[in-house]
Write a protein that binds this ligand. Sequence first.
Ligand SMILES: Cc1ncc(COP(=O)(O)O)c(C=O)c1O
Length: 383
Amino acid sequence: MSYLMSNYAPLEVTFIKGQGCYLTNTKGQQYLDALSGVGVVGLGHCHPDITTAIQSQAAELLHTSNWYHIQHQETLAEKLCTLANMDGAFFGNSGAEANEAAIKITRLHAHANNIDNPIILTVKQSFHGRTMATLSATGNPKVQSGFSPLVSEFIHIDFDDIDAVKAYSDNTDVVAVMLEPIQGESGVIVPADDYINQVQSICQTNNWLLILDEVQTGIGRTGKMFAHQYNDITPDILTLAKGLGNGVPIGACLAKGEAAKLLTTGTHGSTFGGNPLVCKTALTVLEVIERDKILKNVSVMSDYLLAGLQALSSDKIIEIRIKGLMIAIQLNQNCAGLLNAALQKHLLINITGNSIRLLPPLILNQNEADIIINTLGELIGEL
Ligand SMILES: Cc1ncc(COP(=O)(O)O)c(C=O)c1O
């Protein structure tokens, strides 16, 4: 019997070691990890620079609390704000906490503008986390089911539909739009090229905040440091987590302009958030991404995977949705069984609806990409 609660249903495998794109199970068998721990270990498992950073920081200082200055936290805030053209950072321990901070900032923005019952427009099929506020923001009834009463004042509109945003222009209670630039959990849904630009322009006209949840798309996943950089815009609030720590728990909420000034002393906090260990690790992640030209590798491998997947020319493949190393292969039939079938072939994938979803490490090489393409070719062929 297990003493764990039943909220997860793990596959029948236990990994005890990782190296690069590979994981090793208790029997010493290797698996190619085409999911990166759900978009987390962008630099691969046990990257030597990350391991060294963690070891040396652990030997120096793990934790002090935020009642004192934390050098690495201040450096990381400056680094992230410089990269994202932002003015201020708050650190928590997860994507949900980064989004909670964003929602709290938005409430403060509303009250500063004398709006008592502020509404945030969020979108259908979005995913923002599992805390009460973030699951309320999430546009997926399955995530919300059983947890009512939800945090109210989120209105879910259609994604990639600019008229749906415009329709609220006269609503004086709306204060923000919150979205993922590319929807991850719902199966890599990529909007029209200028969708985010148009949303931003409506936000600016109405004095609404634009909150971009880049928990999954950020830190190089799409081939830019942040996915919104394809749109050449700067949001008011940007949330990050997953790839930022390469496996250590860290989330960041960055804000620009007035939004960066709203959290004042005592209004928000986190015991562990932004401690020396996680901030040193995140700084090292950013250094390695720059030093090893990881973004370039993401673009090259993205093109390579797309070409290889297209060359499978299976009539079971309806569509391939891809941005950098966020990939979904939509099939013409239910493919839930592929999860275990892939596991038998020592390939870790995710199934979302009728799509195979991949989030391989950003350090993926051609040989590993070939294994993914060939194994998927076999799996789809056997369907
Ligand atoms: C876009 C997005 N936002 C928020 C979250 C929640 O992050 P966490 O599980 O770290 O709380 C996720 C997790 O998958 C995500 O994909």
